[in-house]
Write a protein that binds this ligand. Structure first.
Ligand code: NAD
Ligand code: MG
Length: 387
């Protein structure tokens, strides 16, 4: 059966990997929608290559350029905030939600209403908007599949299990490019050095988040939101080789872990094909490397971001939204060299001391309006703290 699919954030690292996975079996897929923000050339090229029925370029400045590049094709072009339900007629079989940042929340809500399966890579949408997403997941009976490698693995390891079965869930962290750099040198690292992840090729924002371990802060929250396990079950362990993505210790004495190459096409293709097919050539993990696997605890003095996990999970339901918004602003300031690497986590910590923090953190998280207001407030505060 031909699958009707959509990819939100098609021009990014996850979006491109998703299209790579379907490339081998193009005839099995009807690409109904591809979306992007700025990269109009890539989006137009993808639309031609995959004969996409529709494309949406969020940044209106590039609308005419996409129109021009696709003038000889059947692809319909939309721009700005055009609601997805106005573009897509009927039900989709599968959507990949792979926009970066909270910008992906509204489109993810929209596709949950019209897609049978939504694979979510966009962790910011989960950590800020899970109360909203889960409401619509239930209402529309949508199947949600986490794509983040650790969460994809936790899903595999814990299917049918409850808190009573599980002692501990370990999310592994590579430690990023600065794992072995002396703590005193961290203040001077450049955006290029920070974005140079040793094991994964990813978008810039998640690469910076991986360098200071903010990515793991988000991943613990992401796991806590998606799965029904208690927050005190989660632990982060540094595993520099990144072969093991998650480890679960069960109360019956068994420990299970999932290993695979650092290639996001593996979780992506499993969400697309329902684990059935080995549809692309996977680089084998040489078993002699398995003897070189190492695990160590996180040093919170070197990576103080990890102290934010408790705060995020205990200080009010919209605390993750505040931390995420603040982090999005700060990562951009770091990438444009306006602040130093260590200022990211330092400034996030300052937000907690603001007199209005509690008011915003305690708002009802099941309202998109509340999330947007809280997100705006945190962005403004962070910008003021940084100039
Ligand atoms: P990326 O920066 O490579 O791509 C982001 C995509 O989102 C692009 O297509 C861009 O056009 C689109 N986009 C950005 N801002 C937008 C906006 N305002 N409106 C509409 N579209 C917008 O990012 P990525 O590395 O592919 O990551 C995507 C998401 O997946 C992130 O949430 C990330 O944390 C998560 N994730 C990525 C990886 C990975 O290996 N890259 C692994 C796990 C999770
Ligand atoms: Mg991950």
């Amino acid at each position: 059966m031909i699958k009707k699919i959509a990819i939100l954030g098609a021009t990014g690292s996850i979006g491109i990997s998703t299209l790579d996975v379907i490339k081998k079996n193009k005839k099995d897929f009807d690409v109904v929608l591809l979306t992007a923000n700025n990269n109009y050339k890539k989006l137009s090229q993808q639309a031609k290559e995959f004969k996409a029925r529709n494309v949406l370029i969020s940044n209106k400045l590039f609308y005419k350029k996409v129109k021009k590049l696709l003038r000889n094709s059947k692809t319909k072009v939309f721009c700005g905030n055009t609601p997805i339900k106005k573009i897509v007629r009927g039900k989709l079989d599968y959507t990949m939600s792979a926009i970066v940042g909270i910008a992906g929340l509204q489109p993810t809500v929209d596709v949950i209403k019209i897609s049978k399966i939504v694979a979510i890579a966009n962790k910011e949408a989960i950590i800020c908007g899970w109360d909203i997403l889960s409401k619509y997941i239930k209402k529309y009976k949508t199947k949600i599949l986490p794509v983040d490698s650790e969460h994809f693995s936790i899903m595999e390891l814990t299917e049918g299990k409850t808190n009573n079965d599980i002692e501990e869930i370990i999310i592994t962290a590579s430690g990023g490019p600065f794992l072995n750099l002396h703590k005193n040198k961290m203040s001077k690292v450049t955006p290029t050095e920070a974005a140079n992840h040793p094991n994964w090729k990813m978008g810039k924002k998640i690469s910076i988040d991986s360098a200071n371990l903010m990515n793991k802060v988000f991943e613990v929250i992401e796991a806590y939101k998606i799965f029904n396990f208690r927050k005190d079950k989660y632990r982060i362990v540094i595993h520099p080789q990144s072969y093991v993505h998650s480890i679960v210790r069960f109360k019956n004495g068994l420990i299970k872990m999932i290993l695979y190459n650092t290639d996001m096409k593996i979780p992506i293709s499993n969400t697309l094909y329902g684990k059935k097919n080995n549809i692309f050539k996977i680089r084998k993990i040489d078993t002699k490397f398995l003897s070189k696997m190492t695990f160590e605890d996180v040093n919170p003095k070197k990576f103080p971001s990890v102290n934010l996990i408790k705060k995020c999970l205990n200080f009010g339901p919209l605390t993750p939204t505040i931390v995420n918004a603040s982090n999005e602003v700060l990562v951009n300031l770091f990438l444009t060299k306006k602040i130093g690497f260590l200022d990211i986590v330092k400034t996030i910590n300052k937000i907690f001391k603001d007199k209005d923090f509690k008011k915003y953190a305690k708002r009802n998280p099941a309202s998109l309006k509340n999330i947007k207001m809280t997100d705006n407030w945190a962005r403004l505060k962070t910008t003021n703290l940084s100039i």
